[in-house]
Write a new protein. Structure first.
Lengths: 213, 213
DNA sequence: TGGATTGTGGAATGGATCGTCCACAACGTA
DNA sequence: TACGTTGTGGACGATCCATTCCACAATCCA
């Protein structure tokens, strides 16, 4: 040990994330990050390697956070509330996009759009993230099926893929310009059309909240 | 009039599109486009203005094409086949992403992710495109409702928004790394969960094709 | 045919940007 | 306290890239 670092690594990564989030990978200059973090180039390169490595770090942290949010909302709990957990998760995701007034979108989507094609690290990390989300959703759908909130004859894997697509799709159409109110409706509608067990009455799809739980 | 152009404008735009599609806006150099099109820089700038204008042109053409594909599949026809048209459109979109082995994704999504936040032209054009697609889907859903393939109590506007979100979402999760087979399943499942009129029997959601029409 | 006009291609320009380098600072250790 | 080690910040070099410029070519029109 010799001279200790004068900066907080987490804080630097946060600032770097803000920059990448705001202006993308190619659009962000290392000088911007240096200015935003207050670090000199020497420290920056010494601590995080080059621009690519720094982005991978930020991108990876973001992916982790995305999964953690889903875990916080979805993992565990009684079957009786599985449907509530699903609803709240999907609505939360819609709300996040709806309230993103700066239209920054999701760094995951942005990074994938810009880099996945040519950067195996980004592609791999995003694929892992999708798989993790899929698993969480499938588990919760199975729980809701056990409790009789979703038709047990439906394939939980496929319903999970549908919900994941809706969640990521909301982000996409939101960034593409659909208005916030419509985004919220999409979340509600997606939840409302999930197949009920035989004999249970369905509320008219897409008119207000899905069900009263 | 004096010396006529020695190139075909449409062809140049196609080549330019390939470049932007492959490497994004920031990742594409004007030299790349010059090489890809065989044009010199002088001709390129003389005919299309700067890089930004050229991209706007390409992006606009793409958006037009996206809507035209939807119009070709969705606009018009007897109500009895509206559900078929919807199904085929949604499956076609899934197939496009599923078969995109190079993972280039959709230039619309890519352009929006990279530029919409800071480029009003791109943001505006993408929003128009979403609105146009929404209208086409809503019209077709209303037709399917009239024919009794979709519950007339459901709000066609909201179902249209859901399908648009699924279509765009398939593109997003496909680029994010979900496997092609899952993408196809998502399309099938989304169609299968559309609300049937009272009394009509629903096939189990997400097991094979939606219905036999 | 010759001048005016527009198109063409590639060299040149000017600015931006990544990453390195280096002189100096701060800390642990002897 | 003196020295080795690691951190710091900003100047610098090398490269890259959008755009301009210019000499020349092809066409139209008189």
């Amino acid at each position: 040990m010799a001279r200790p670092r004068a900066f907080d690594e987490r804080q630097v990564l946060e600032r770097a994330r803000e920059q990448f989030w705001a202006t993308g990978y190619a659009g962000t200059r290392m000088d911007d990050i240096a200015r935003a973090t207050g670090l000199g180039k020497g420290s920056l390169y010494g601590a995080f390697g080059d621009k690519g490595e720094l982005f991978h770090r930020v991108f990876g942290d973001w992916c982790t956070a995305v999964v953690e949010v889903a875990e916080g909302r979805l993992a565990g709990g009684p079957d009786a509330e599985a449907m509530t957990r699903l609803s709240e998760y999907v609505r939360l995701m819609a709300e996040n996009t709806a309230s993103d007034t700066e239209r920054r979108g999701c760094l995951l989507a942005k990074g994938v759009a810009e880099l996945a094609q040519h950067d195996p690290t980004v592609a791999g990390r995003s694929a892992e993230t999708m798989t993790a989300l899929l698993t969480l959703l499938r588990t919760e759908i199975s729980a809701a099926q056990r409790h009789g909130d979703i038709d047990a004859a439906a394939d939980p894997e496929r319903l999970a893929a549908l919900l994941l697509t809706v969640v990521r799709g909301i982000e996409a159409v939101g960034k593409a310009g659909l208005d916030p109110e419509t985004l919220r409706h999409v979340a509600d509608t997606a939840l409302a059309v999930l197949p009920l067990p035989e004999g249970r009455e369905r509320l008219a799809a897409g008119r207000g909240p899905a069900r009263e739980n």
